[in-house]
Write a protein that binds this ligand. Structure first.
Ligand code: C2E
Ligand code: SIN
Ligand code: FE
Length: 413
């Protein structure tokens, strides 16, 4: 499942993995000492996960357990001193350290991955065999597994197959560690459901980027059913077709969450706002290219078609129970306070609260971004345009006031 706008989809990920890029910062798998923090690390690390609850942690459990079955486990929890880790690294998942299980029968190889991932702020658990990995997964619910292929008794393929066949564990992303150019392993890996591949020796940045992207995606997926995932991927496909957007949805999700928190909305409301970020314009799937992609103003006729996007979107999401909270956002995000909006000409507080909240965020982001039909405004300009529209009667004045405060506080303007 693909939800992130910068995520290229499983097939492409597999391909890119088979064609490792620049190896300048590679380190040998037996050389875990003296790792240099690479310069110019620029992979975006903003908070992206949709999960609002803390994932239950059973971190110390395996440490205490001394039954024979666990004796073969090397279940050490790698805690990194805070001072070693940049704030933004630990905080990628809102303070909830993602947990990575490293499975390899060679202690030296494990050490390399452990050292690299610990530096990135992950919590690490280790297993030295396929069987112990399976056991450990059940008790420690890792967010991701780095899996060696060649291991005695149960090899990596079998481990992966078992995890992917199990409803409880199938969503945990598995990255296979393979030798360079081992095409056979890759094909087997795909067959058993691998999410990604990495070749030894590791490229540190590549490892960090893959792990981060898969963990993030997993956390989002945990919250979604199959049908929901389909919707989110449609929404993503539209986003890529709509020249208006770019990373619009992702920004909306983040800004929606932040504004929701600022307004002290409930967790469910915040979740709906965030889902709204992805789904509000899903109905644009039904808008023809010559209108959606038009540079410049729409004619009246075209505008009438464009306005349908809110109704189409509602129809798409309607059958899903879980979408209930988002549907008012989808349908009503273009209503106006004075009743001059669409599709229902709702007035004032007839407009669902979340639709009002979402609308301000949507418009603000549209204004501060470039569109084929307009330039990008500065935050101040955007706020003053929204303020003018409020004077015209289009927006809720109290909400607008709070939004302006929120933006000034957020951007220190
Ligand atoms: P969008 O580009 O994502 O814009 C979302 C909303 O942000 C707009 O809803 C509008 O309320 C606000 N907005 C965006 N740009 C501006 C602007 O330059 N000035 C002001 N004052 N507000 C702005 P709206 O108007 O209902 O439009 C819905 C969607 O219709 C837009 O989504 C876009 O896809 C399309 N659209 C709107 N106007 C035009 C246009 O002139 N040309 C084209 N090609 N498409 C347009
Ligand atoms: C809206 O009411 O949200 C869209 C109308 C506009 O600002 O052009
Ligand atoms: Fe819209």
């Amino acid at each position: 499942m693909v939800l992130k706008s910068n995520y290229t989809g499983s097939t492409e990920v597999v391909t890119s993995g088979s064609n490792p890029s620049n190896k300048s910062s590679s380190i040998d798998s037996n050389n875990a000492v003296g790792l240099q923090k690479a310069q110019g690390y620029s992979v975006s690390l903003s908070k992206q996960d949709l999960i609002l609850e803390k994932v239950e942690t059973i971190s110390s459990w395996a440490n205490q357990k001394t039954d024979s079955i666990y004796e073969s486990l090397v279940s050490r929890t790698q805690q990194v001193e805070e001072s070693q880790v940049d704030i933004f690294q630990v905080d990628i998942f809102n303070g909830d350290k993602p947990k990575v299980l490293v499975v390899d029968d060679h202690a030296a190889s494990r050490m390399t991955s452990v050292a690299l991932l610990a530096m990135e702020g992950y919590e690490i658990i280790e297993a030295d065999s396929g069987i112990s990995a399976i056991e450990l997964v059940a008790y420690s619910s890792p967010d991701l597994i780095l899996l060696d292929v060649m291991m005695p008794e149960m090899d990596g393929f079998e481990v992966c197959q078992r995890l992917k066949d199990n409803e409880q564990t199938r969503l945990i992303p598995v990255i296979f560690i393979t030798a360079l150019n081992d095409r056979h392993s890759r094909i087997r890996g795909i067959e058993v459901g691998a999410d990604d591949f990495l070749t030894k020796p590791f490229d540190r940045l590549e490892l960090a980027a893959r792990v981060k992207s898969l963990v993030r995606q997993k956390r989002l997926n945990e919250d979604l059913d199959h049908a929901e995932k389909v919707l989110f991927s449609i929404a993503r496909a539209i986003e890529s077709r709509d020249p208006n957007t770019g990373d619009h949805c992702e920004r909306l999700v983040q800004l929606g969450r932040a504004f929701g928190e600022y307004l002290q909305l409930s967790r469910h409301q915040i979740r709906d706002l965030m889902w709204g970020g992805y789904l509000h314009d899903i109905g644009k799937v039904g808008i023809p290219d010559n209108i959606l992609l038009k540079q410049g103003k729409l004619t009246d006729q075209e505008w009438e078609i464009m306005r349908q996007h809110v109704l189409i979107g509602e129809r798409i999401c309607h059958p899903l129970r879980s979408m209930r909270g988002v549907i008012p956002i989808i349908r009503h995000h273009h209503e106006r306070w004075d009743g001059s909006g669409y599709p229902d000409k709702l007035k004032g507080d007839e407009i669902p609260e979340l639709a009002q909240v979402f609308q301000i965020v949507d418009i603000y982001d549209a204004l501060t971004s470039e569109r084929p039909y307009k330039k990008a405004y500065t935050p101040e300009e955007a706020l003053s345009i929204i303020a003018e529209e409020t004077v015209k009667g289009w927006r809720n004045p109290q909400l607008m006031e709070k939004f302006a405060q929120f933006i000034r506080q957020r951007y220190q303007i």
